[in-house]
Design a protein around this ligand. Structure first.
Ligand code: 9MJ
Length: 674
């Protein structure tokens, strides 16, 4: 017998689920992530399975979709549109497969059609004599809404089926969805227009489909994947689900290219792993995969229960969004002193890992989302990206909360914080006095793509700085075994290992060294470009901004950052110290700058060239190391003369500057390239 508290719990879950259902299906504006809905739903389902007397007709477990909203005509589906049971684990899949084999009374491995589970809105398309005559949403599974006018605007939905042997009447089932890129663009323009944003591509797709004005639907980037059929009359269909998918493709309907035939549980699980890895590369959201018994004869024997077929199951991916509570909003200080607001969270399992911190990106984002301590928030972790707070669930905000204020002082070193002009970033002015910046610079210095000091991670750096053993990068090379062994969790062997790694890192390359210095704006690619160009550190340190700009991808802003960095006495000291400690690299290569064939040559161009514009000529000369100036002087190496030259020709002749016509220039440029 169900206890009073079970009864109350079931009632509470029903009410809560009904509210979320309404928000999701009718308003297209959910306030909780799908995974949280699924959890509530599973909880109710379990409770009702244990105590069937708790089931009431209005329980959300007793029906498929949601009530149709007004504004659209009702359409009765030829055959009900089913939904899918969810599976969340390997065990769930093993149980599913076992039940299938038991019902079919077979020990043999079952063949399944495995498909990505698209996250959009289910659609039922009627084609009569090949022509699209009606399109309806799933609605409650039996009766949906007539959205024909809207669906006709979606370009991947064929208005007429192509090819032969098209049945007289057929219901094609599929999913209308929005690509992530389409969703991003849609929300971006909504943001610019000050309109309400959609929570995710799924809601955007469903909402777009249920617009009363088809012109609005037409403006939305919607697409279709077909994944099955309902009624088929006046025509033959293949005997397998995989055959049906091929047939649909031949008739011109888009079908997910990832659909595949697999065998048994092992085939299903391998497909799941493959798709989970591929998930981020797909241009659209998938929330899992679907396995369907491939032979239609077997499907018929298995039949359906209540709302879902016994021959199919949705194997859900770990949710990328979850709900949790914010314990505090704090500011983290990075290597360059930028303060990033971070939400400290009650740990939550999301996107396959436990997350306890999520970035709020910057001050503007923090204010826009208005995240406060005590708030319930949606946390998202997709792929390997850092977890972020998507939104606050305002319904669940406690009565008393306080908006987060931007700090005036660095939370780590107490130095003044400034807001960078024209940016939304806050910056600590403490420089290397600030332990946070020091730790971050050291972490960057030792990181894999920089000096690559194996085993010197954030935790150890934290210890070394806090113990006062390391302040500057050079200090790392003065560490002794005795000092290291005094640190907590550091034995003799690990100390020796670390010292070995530090020693090894002394032999490096100039590009790694430059990257390790953490010059603002200078990333890995620029470091490589600079190293290739200058080869010698002294040459780079002595370069003017104009010379720096000769390096690919170095613009005026970066050139200014680089010269400013080397002008700073403190940085010069750090570099000298590191070299004294034995950090070295090969400087024997020929610098690109010197090896360029037109290095040191100064060109002036006059008149009109026939085969290239002046800008092109200038770019080609500069690419080979030459320089192009505007007026002829004694230093000019060549005057390039086109049609109708001006007074420069006379001046050049007077100064004895060598004259080139266009042909001579072209031949010079091409011969130098060989
Ligand atoms: C999705 N959403 O991608 C089904 N689905 O089959 C696929 N949904 C489905 N199949 C029967 N690929 C009911 C729903």
């Amino acid at each position: 017998m169900a206890s009073g508290s079970d009864k109350a719990k079931a009632a509470r879950l029903r009410t809560e689920l009904a509210e979320h259902n309404y928000r999701y299906h009718v308003l297209d504006d959910p306030t909780i992530p799908d995974a949280v809905y699924d959890q509530l739903y599973q909880e109710l389902l379990e409770l009702e399975t244990r105590h069937p007397e708790l089931v009431v007709p209005e329980s959300p477990t007793q029906r498929v979709g949601a009530v149709p909203v007004s504004g659209f005509a009702e359409v009765r589906h030829g055959i009900p549109m089913l939904s899918l049971d969810n599976a969340f684990s390997t065990v769930d899949i093993e149980n599913f497969d076992r039940r299938v084999r038991e019902r079919l009374e077979t020990d043999g491995a079952i063949e399944y059609s495995a498909e990505p589970k698209l996250d959009g809105a289910a659609i039922n398309l009627w084609f009569e004599n090949g022509e699209l005559t009606r399109a309806a949403t799933r609605g409650d599974g039996t009766v949906g809404e007539d959205v024909t006018h809207n669906v006709r605007t979606i370009r991947s939905v064929p208005l007429r089926l192509r090819g032969k042997l098209v049945p007289e009447r057929i219901e094609v089932r599929g999913e209308i969805f929005m690509t992530r890129e389409g969703f991003r663009r849609l929300n971006e323009s909504a943001r610019q227009a000050g309109e309400k944003l959609f929570a995710n591509p799924r809601n955007a797709a469903a909402g777009s489909l249920r617009q009363l004005d088809p012109r609005l639907t037409a403006s939305r980037p919607l697409a279709l994947f077909a994944y099955g059929v309902g009624t088929v009359t006046g025509g033959a269909m293949p005997e397998r689900h995989s055959g049906i998918l091929s047939q649909l493709r031949e008739w011109g309907l888009p079908v997910a290219p990832e659909a595949e035939l697999v065998t048994g549980v092992s085939g299903c699980l391998a497909y799941y792993d493959k798709m989970l890895k591929k998930r981020q590369e797909l241009p659209y959201d998938v929330d899992g995969v679907v396995y369907k018994v491939d032979q239609l004869a077997q499907q018929a024997r298995l039949g359906t229960v209540a709302r879902a077929p016994r021959w199919a199951v949705a194997h859900k991916f770990p949710a990328e969004e979850q709900l949790t509570t914010v314990e505090a909003v704090e500011f983290q200080v990075g290597r360059t002193g930028v303060l990033t607001p971070v939400a400290r969270l009650v740990p939550v399992f999301v996107g396959g890992v436990t997350v306890s911190n999520a970035t709020l990106h910057n001050l503007d984002e923090m204010h826009r989302k208005d995240v406060r301590a005590g708030d319930t928030v949606i946390v998202r972790r997709a792929g390997d990206v850092i977890p972020e707070v998507v939104a606050v669930v305002l319904d669940r905000r406690p009565r008393v909360t306080h908006p987060v204020a931007a700090p005036r002082k660095c939370p780590v070193c107490g130095s003044a914080v400034v807001r960078v002009e024209g940016e939304s970033a806050l910056r600590c002015t403490g420089g290397l006095v600030c332990p946070a910046q020091r730790k971050e610079s050291l972490r960057h210095f030792a990181s894999r793509r920089a000096l690559n000091i194996d085993g010197l991670g954030s935790q150890l750096i934290e210890q070394l700085v806090d113990a006062g053993l390391v302040q500057t990068p050079g200090d790392l090379f003065r560490l002794t075994a005795t000092q290291l062994e005094e640190l907590e969790r550091m034995g003799e062997r690990s100390a020796a290992k670390l010292l070995g790694a530090i020693e090894k890192s002394k032999s490096t390359t100039l590009d790694r060294f430059l990257y390790a210095l953490g010059i603002p704006e200078v990333g890995e690619a620029t470091s490589k470009g600079l190293a290739r160009h200058f080869v010698k550190l002294d040459a780079l340190m002595g370069a003017t901004e104009a010379e720096l700009e000769e390096v690919e991808d170095v613009g005026p802003v970066m050139a200014a950052q680089i010269t400013a960095f080397f002008r700073e006495p403190h940085n010069g000291e750090v570099i000298r110290d590191l070299r004294r400690q034995g950090v070295h690299w090969d400087e024997s290569a020929k610098p690109v700058a010197e090896s360029l064939p037109l290095k040191g040559k100064i060109f002036v161009i006059t008149g009109t060239l026939a085969d290239m514009t002046r800008d092109e000529a200038k770019a080609r000369i500069e690419a080979l190391g030459g320089k192009v100036t505007g007026s002829v002087t004694a230093k000019t190496s060549y005057l390039v003369v086109g049609d109708s030259p001006g007074s420069k020709l006379a001046k050049a002749e007077k100064l004895g500057v060598e004259i080139l016509d266009e042909r001579a220039l072209t031949s010079m440029l091409t011969s130098q390239l060989r």
